[in-house]
Design a protein around this ligand. Structure first.
Ligand SMILES: Nc1nc2c(ncn2[C@@H]2O[C@H](COP(=O)(O)OP(=O)(O)OP(=O)(O)O)[C@@H](O)[C@H]2O)c(=O)[nH]1
Ligand SMILES: [Mg+2]
Length: 810
């Protein structure tokens, strides 16, 4: 390679690089092109760039022209080594000093001996490639070929026109015919001949049906320029090249060389686009450029979108915001996220702006969706924080309002509204501009949560209220009812009924007005009132059942009270004149009354004849075979016309209670009878008290029959002495024990009293005798006194004994 001119050297020194885009074997240089694009910063150009390429016969000075025209450093043939192929494949370089960025492609020459005459495949492929991606195609031709039948570039033009038909929708390409080694014939004369030649070739090229009538001008702008020989008239050549160079300045502007180009691929998609086009060409397929454009846009927009998405994930602001959201409520979430998303999307817009609009916006939409999907959990978290905060606020405010005595219903309504308003306000602050996210569900959930809380508080308050009224009712009813039932009488149930009615009414009216503060349905309210009424009845029922369980005890108490007390409620002292039968009957009758009162509940207006039934069956009847026959009115487990719900004691149970009652009170009656009998006996004995000696005939018989023994005693002074001492002892005992006094109240009490005092009195006598034996005779009268005292103390204990015996008869 030889640097052909100083001009070229200048640009080489500036470091303009070239790259082999496609090598001689048709391999696309992916890494080389990427590196090249980065080097020349093509990616930033958008649509402001142009692509120029050159075609023409081999060794026709193409590379030399490009190097002189654009300051590139394509390889040129060394003239001294003979004419041979220099440029192989397709080379790419950036034009130096031309605005906007212009890329130039140097193509392998046509008709090369190296590839052989038949092998035109690469020639066609490279021509199609150049046409597909270039805005301006330079057709290099020798001046002397113009008008010649066998001109070297005729097959080339044929190829160009043929392959142009393989572009479904061609971009309008400018064909600039560069006539080399121009002769003296002026261009004005040459140009028409050339155009005629070109037209002839165009006409001769077979076209598809769609383009049969299409004029060449629809596909190409044809421009012609003539240059002097580089070898022979270098100076002129350079001048002409310099002026030609000016035509490439701002070539894409309207009126410029490529002013009406169409379907430009944005610069950032150039490498990919060229690669794809070359692939399609190599596969020998037709090129659908609009579809290709869409494909390039799709791929590139996708790439840009992915890049922006990845960038967003690592975005510092977003990560910080996300972390804050994880930690707790964040104010201004919507605004901050809107700005982060906005800048990500505008970066995408900036890079994708030159790509096909449909593709671009659909990819933008996808990117937006992906971003929104990514940030949505954070938004949901924010909503969750707001919802939670509002629920907590409601709970605190509502509870406080209730504490200070605000009405339940009004407090719940007021705070629900306040919290929902604040929720709406905070949600508005969390909403982002890019999405129309719905907060209705979260709002509904919040309302549900608040309502659930209100309902649970209401339930607990209502149960509190209910138990408060129940306690009141219980207090008001329980003990009075117990007392009333204990003193069962004809009026008991009437009084209980009145008490029940009055207390229930008071409780219900208080309860109803307390319920009015709660926002509850009429039906529920009625139910609650009814349940309170039932509770009230239940208190009485349970009390009545309790009392019914104790009825036997109560009956016995009542029996004992009536039996042992007189009409003035004073304890009876049995005089023996009482009508025990009448007293017993009265006491039993009162007990039966109690049983009949306790047998059933009588809170309604119904009447019954249980008392009569019981009286007839239990009190009036005498135990006979009749009572155990089938006609026994108490041989049943239900009362006539009384539901079991009202029954406290069943008839058959009444009967067994009565039997037990009678058995257990029998003893009292028996005791009373025996006490009375003793009393009568003692009274009779008292009457006979003064005449206690045996009858005279008995004394007479005693003297007659005991005469012998009597005489024996009188004859023996020792016996007499013993008898005298025995008499003295008995006399002392008689006095000390006050035997006649003891027997005044009857034999049994007398015996008991004497037996209790017998031993101590003997002991006393012995002691006194011992003392009299030891003491001087003068002290004797004094020493006797204690024995008198003992006697008086013994007699003073008469009364308690009397009492004891009286109470025992009770
Ligand atoms: N007659 C003539 N010869 C020229 C002109 N420009 C260049 N040459 C000579 O033509 C020979 C080939 O030059 P290149 O620039 O390598 O030609 P090319 O068309 O690039 O050749 P390939 O790359 O092999 O197709 C060189 O020896 C140049 O000196 C010109 O304007 N007129
Ligand atoms: Mg060359």
């Amino acid at each position: 390679m030889v640097g052909s001119s100083a001009f070229a050297k200048k640009y080489k020194s500036e470091g303009n690089c070239s790259v082999q885009l496609i090598d001689g074997d048709g391999t696309y240089n992916v890494s080389g092109i990427d590196h090249f694009i980065k080097e020349v910063k093509l990616g930033e150009c958008g649509l402001s760039y142009a692509v120029v390429s050159i075609m023409g016969p081999q060794s026709s000075g193409k590379s030399t022209l490009l190097n002189n025209l654009f300051g590139t450093n394509f390889m040129e043939m060394d003239a001294f080594k003979g004419r041979s192929q220099t440029t192989k494949g397709i080379w790419l370089a950036r034009c130096a000093g031309i605005e906007p960025c212009t890329l130039v492609m140097d193509l392998e020459g046509t008709d090369g001996r190296e590839r052989g005459e038949d092998d035109t495949a690469f020639e066609k492929q490279s021509a199609l490639f150049a046409l597909a991606i270039s805005d301006i195609v330079l057709i290099n031709m020798w001046c002397h070929d113009i008008g010649r039948e066998q001109a070297a570039n005729k097959p080339l033009l044929k190829t160009v026109f043929q392959v142009m038909m393989r572009l479904f929708s061609p971009r309008k390409t400018t064909m600039l015919f560069v006539i080399r080694d121009k002769t003296r014939t002026p261009l004005e004369n040459l140009e028409p001949v050339l155009r005629e030649d070109i037209q002839k070739i165009w006409d001769s090229v077979p076209k598809p049906e769609a383009h049969k009538e299409t004029p060449m001008s629809d596909f190409f702008n044809v421009e012609v320029v003539a240059l002097s020989s580089y070898e022979e008239k270098e100076e002129q050549f350079k001048e002409q090249v310099a002026s030609l160079r000016q035509r490439f300045m701002h070539s894409i502007a309207p009126g410029g060389l490529a002013g009406d180009r169409r379907g430009v691929i944005p610069a950032s998609g150039f490498a990919f686009s060229a690669d794809q086009i070359w692939r399609v060409i190599k596969e020998n397929k037709d090129l659908d450029l609009p579809a290709h454009k869409v494909m390039v846009a799709t791929v590139r927009c996708e790439e840009i979108s992915n890049e922006k998405f990845a960038h967003f994930i690592t975005n510092e602001d977003w990560r910080k915001l996300d972390e804050e959201v994880q930690a707790g409520p964040v104010s201004g979430f919507g605004k901050r996220l809107t700005s982060i998303l906005g800048s990500c999307l505008s970066e995408y817009d900036g890079e994708a702006t030159f790509f096909d609009e449909g593709v671009r916006s659909s990819k933008r939409h996808q990117l937006e969706e992906k971003l929104l999907q990514l940030v949505n959990p954070a938004f949901q978290d924010v909503l969750g924080h707001i919802r939670w905060g509002m629920l907590e606020k409601f709970k605190a405010s509502f509870d406080k309002a209730l504490e200070i005595g605000e009405g339940f219903s009004s407090a719940s309504t007021t705070w629900l509204k306040a919290c929902m308003d604040q929720f709406d306000e905070e949600c508005a602050g969390a909403i982002i501009e890019q999405a129309n996210w719905d907060t209705a569900k979260v709002r509904e959930k919040l309302v549900r949560d608040i309502e659930a809380h209100v309902s649970s508080v209401r339930t607990s308050k209502l149960s509190e209220l209910t138990s408060q009224y129940e306690t009141k009712l219980h207090q008001a009813l329980s003990e009075p009812v117990e007392a009333l039932l204990e003193g069962a009488s004809d009026q008991t149930w009437t009084t209980v009924k009145k008490l029940h009615g009055r207390e229930t009414e008071t409780a219900v009216s208080g309860f109803s007005s307390a319920l009015a503060a709660f926002d509850i349905e009429e039906e529920t309210r009625e139910k609650m009132v009814k349940s309170l009424q039932e509770y009230s009845r239940g208190v009485i029922e349970s009390k009545a059942k309790e009392e019914a369980g104790r009825v036997l005890m109560r009956m016995k108490d009542r029996f004992a009270t009536i039996f042992s007390n007189d009409a003035d409620s004073m304890p009876r002292v049995w005089t023996g004149n009482e009508d025990l039968r009448a007293i017993t009957k009265a006491a039993r009758s009162a007990s039966l009354k109690l049983l009949s009162v306790m047998a059933v509940m009588r809170l309604g207006d119904e009447t019954d004849n249980i008392e009569k039934t019981l009286t007839v069956a239990l009190l009036d009847s005498t135990p006979s075979k009749k009572s155990i026959t089938a006609s026994d009115p108490l041989a049943s487990s239900t009362w006539d016309e009384i539901p079991s719900s009202r029954t406290l004691i069943t008839p058959v149970h009444c009967k067994s209670i009565w039997r037990q009652f009678k058995t257990e009170t029998e003893y009292t009656v028996t005791q009373a009878i025996s006490a009375q009998a003793w009393l009568l006996y003692s009274q009779e004995a008292n009457k006979r008290g003064s005449n206690w000696l045996p009858p005279p005939w008995a004394i007479f018989a005693l003297i007659i029959l005991g005469f012998n023994e009597f005489m024996t005693l009188l004859r023996n002074p020792l016996y007499l002495g013993v008898l005298f001492v025995g008499f003295l002892l008995l006399k002392a005992l008689w006095t000390q024990l006050d035997i006649p006094g003891e027997f005044r109240n009857g034999a049994l009490p007398g015996i008991i009293s004497i037996s209790a005092k017998f031993v101590p009195t003997i002991m006393n006598l012995v002691k006194n005798l011992a003392a009299q034996g030891e003491a001087p005779p003068a002290a004797n009268p004094e020493n006797r006194r204690p024995s008198n005292n003992t006697s008086s103390s013994a007699s003073s204990s008469d009364n308690p004994i009397e009492h004891k015996s009286a109470s025992k008869t009770d």
